[in-house]
Design a binder for this molecule. Structure first.
Ligand SMILES: Cc1ncc(COP(=O)(O)O)c(C=O)c1O
Length: 368
């Protein structure tokens, strides 16, 4: 990070600053007195706004008083939800490659994590349902997946969602879906449509929880604002647990989140259009590079090319960085199935992406 002149595509965020209307909302909230403690589950007004948002965008009915817990980030939602369902000695199934914090949280709860890689079939990642059946034991308590995926950009199909829900029901498991990238979706009927949530398939009585965040859709990574949607009994436990973790997300940040939900659509659409162009620009460049397999992602802002013959993605990324000043994330960081690939975050300006793609291409052609 201290190296000069690096084209940084390893981050999990865009370099677009938080839009002004959100910053102004936080200032207004502070002036209006939102500087005191709030409820552990978050401001009722934000929870109501989220319930409206889910009705409008996902056609899902949520009880804002019982099924939504506001958290100080998506990471904290993961932490609460996972901690609330795992005991030491339990087992957790994680669909990988995935952003490592889910597995790390389960391990912190002394649960054994079984990572199952998404197989790449042709140009699409899938779920290996036979491997899932083999992995489940009497100690398995939780299964989690991320859709849209970081780092794959893979989005679960409706059929895959139904099958994974049926699997969780059949084995009496908690199902956690990390949907923080649901608005960064390029394959809907129109741009701006969210990736369908598992909540459309699950009933409110299912042992299902969804982790969410304001970080990605509204360029609010540093604000630390997220939420957990869960069956009412679990949401209550997480609310109680929150008291001893951070108690609640900052009050004025929560108010700013309300404004993001109410006014954010035009800015979000512009962001999506830019991301889609970036994705296509990078896909185009990568498709002409030697030895790469690059599935076309339907969501999030990552590409995860597999590099033929690569067995040490960490040293590959280190050499790429030292020799070309292009920073990518090594696939090995994302668990089982990640080695042999690199993650490219394309949420940067084209003036960064274009030279990065050129340098990456030269590096590969030089026989990296
Ligand atoms: C898959 C996934 N889930 C959750 C998060 C957490 O986001 P935050 O803690 O910024 O809300 C991230 C951030 O990179 C992510 O990639």
């Amino acid at each position: 990070m201290s190296m000069d002149g690096v084209l940084r595509l390893y981050f999990g965020e865009s370099n677009v600053p938080t839009p002004d209307y959100i910053k102004q909302a936080a200032v207004r909230a502070m002036n209006d007195g939102f500087t005191f403690y709030t409820e552990n589950a978050g401001l009722p007004s934000l929870r109501r706004a989220l319930a409206d948002y889910y009705r409008r965008l996902q056609n899902v009915e949520l009880d804002p008083a019982r099924e939504i817990v506001i958290t100080a980030s998506g990471v904290q939602a993961l932490n609460l939800g996972i901690r609330a369902v795992l005991d030491p000695g339990t087992e957790t199934i994680a669909l990988t490659p995935s952003w490592p914090n889910g597995s790390a949280n389960a391990m912190m709860d002394h649960s054994k994590v079984i990572q199952l890689a998404h197989p790449l079939c042709g140009d699409r990642y899938r779920i290996d349902f036979d491997a899932l059946e083999r992995a489940v034991t009497p100690n398995t308590r939780l299964i989690f997946y991320t859709s849209p995926s970081n780092p794959l950009g893979w989005v679960a199909t409706e059929e895959e969602q139904q099958r994974i829900l049926d699997f969780a029901r059949r084995h009496n498991l908690w199902l956690l879906a990390d949907e923080v990238y649901d608005r960064l979706y390029y394959s809907g009927a129109k741009l701006g449509d969210p990736a369908p949530s598992i909540l459309r398939k699950a009933t409110r009585d299912d042992a299902v929880m969804v982790v969410h965040s304001f970080s990605k859709s509204y360029c609010m990574t540093g604000w630390r604002l997220g939420y957990l949607i869960a069956r009412a009994d679990l949401a209550m436990k997480c609310t109680q647990l929150n008291e001893f973790v951070v108690s609640h997300a900052p009050s004025f940040t929560q108010k700013a989140g309300e404004t993001a939900l109410a006014e954010g659509e035009p800015e979000l659409l512009r962001f999506l259009e830019r991301l889609k162009q970036n994705r296509d620009l990078c896909l185009d460049a990568l498709s002409s590079m030697p030895g790469l397999t690059v599935p076309k992602p339907d969501g999030a802002f990552y590409l995860f090319p597999r590099v033929e013959g690569l067995t040490d993605s960490f040293s590959f990324c280190r050499r790429l960085l030292e020799e070309t000043r292009v920073g990518l994330a090594p696939g090995v960081a994302f668990g089982e199935g990640g080695e042999g690939s690199v993650r490219i975050c394309y949420a940067a300006e084209q003036s960064i992406l274009e030279p990065a793609m050129e340098r990456f291409s030269k590096f590969l052609r030089a026989g990296a």
